[in-house]
Design a protein around this ligand. Structure first.
Ligand SMILES: NC(=O)c1ccc[n+]([C@@H]2O[C@H](COP(=O)([O-])OP(=O)(O)OC[C@H]3O[C@@H](n4cnc5c(N)ncnc54)[C@H](O)[C@@H]3O)[C@@H](O)[C@H]2O)c1
Ligand SMILES: O=C(O)C(=O)C[C@]1(C(=O)O)C=C[C@@H](O)C=C1
Length: 300
């Protein structure tokens, strides 16, 4: 089975990038798209993100052999219900959501008996919307597929081949493992970045001085991702709740140990940790992994 016709639901950063990447890397594939926001549809048409921008989700999926949901994880069920009755027989439904178990549960409920193969391209930026997409977003990036137990292998192979055409590297993982790994490598870093910007900003009120204005390079490097879309990230934390809370617990314990070391003047502990983590971070850069996802380890 090879993918000939793709419908993209949600034409923001991810949906737009998929449309542009298909046009560049797989121009034989036909593309249609739909977004719930009329203004986004207008901008998507103007930028040519897909060949045809439709006025309904049902029109977009007619004749599609792959439908990709590119909406916030909290909107997946609603977006899929809108086209459920028009989905062609045999079509694969996938998504790009940043958490996976909740998407599997939500799509199984609204698309019973249909072929659903969730995916997560681990590639993005702090930008969002129809102006933000670009065709090289997925090149040399991981795309993690989390097929549910008993998933149709032909569909998994077809979806893998599709993402490979866009330049991605494929990893197959179970959804629970995905959600734990991404909690620590992506979700908690965003939470910390959002928090520290809020803390620094609140400090301006206390000190009556312009803390953010004088923020140094470290703060700026570290907080780029705090400019990310609030709806997307609200949904990630609400839908990957247990994995985030588990990893946040571990992180908090490590942070508390450092707090203790600072309070007690334990320089040895601080130096040992900073040396170890510097080597790990430098290793990521030297191995050329800086632009790709970390090594997730293989469970399969
Ligand atoms: N931004 C990233 O770095 C990144 C990376 C990988 C995966 N993701 C995931 O990709 C998905 C999309 O993120 P994005 O960055 O493209 O967001 P975005 O805000 O740029 O685009 C999302 C679009 O979905 C539309 N939408 C919302 N509800 C809809 C509905 N019911 N039907 C149709 N359209 C609807 C919105 O109008 C918006 O245009 C999210 O699930 C996110 O977790 C994001
Ligand atoms: O580079 C960024 O700006 C991102 O936040 C991208 C990023 C990440 O955390 O790596 C964000 C969310 C995703 O689901 C995948 C990628």
């Amino acid at each position: 089975m090879s993918i000939q016709s793709v419908a993209i639901i949600g034409l923001g950063l991810l949906g737009g990038s998929i449309g542009l990447a298909i046009a560049e890397h797989a121009p034989d594939i036909a593309t249609k798209g739909y977004d719930a926001d009329a203004d986004v549809r207008k901008k998507a048409a103007a930028r040519g993100l897909v060949q045809e921008v439709c006025d309904s989700a049902e029109a977009a999926v007619a004749n599609a052999d792959l439908v990709i949901l590119c909406v916030p994880v909290g909107a997946m069920a609603g977006a899929a219900s809108a086209f459920a009755d028009a989905l062609p027989d045999g079509a694969i439904v996938s998504d790009v959501g940043s958490s996976k178990q909740s998407v599997i549960d939500d799509l199984a409920a609204v698309l019973p008996g249909r072929t659903v193969i969730p995916a997560h391209p681990v590639a993005g930026t702090e930008q969002s919307g129809p102006e933000a997409g670009f065709p090289s977003l997925f090149e040399n990036r991981w795309c993690i597929l989390t097929p549910p137990a008993g998933a149709d292998q032909t569909a998994v192979d077809a979806l893998s081949a599709f993402w490979e055409r866009l330049g991605a590297r494929i990893e197959i993982m179970d959804a629970e493992h995905h959600d734990l790994v991404l909690a620590v490598t992506s979700h908690i870093p965003h939470l910390i970045a959002y928090t520290i910007v809020g803390t620094a900003s609140d400090l301006e009120d206390v000190t009556r001085s312009e803390v953010i204005k004088y923020s140094a390079g470290g703060f700026r490097d570290f907080t780029r991702i705090a400019a990310s879309d609030p709806t997307m990230w609200r949904d990630v934390f609400l839908h990957n709740k247990s994995a985030v809370l588990e990893m946040l617990g571990r992180f908090t314990e490590d942070l508390t140990a450092l707090q203790r070391a600072i309070r007690s003047g334990d320089g040895e502990t601080l130096h040992e940790l900073f040396s170890r983590t510097r080597a790990i971070r430098r290793g990521i850069i030297e191995e050329g992994q800086d632009d790709a996802a970390p090594d997730f380890g293989r469970e399969h």
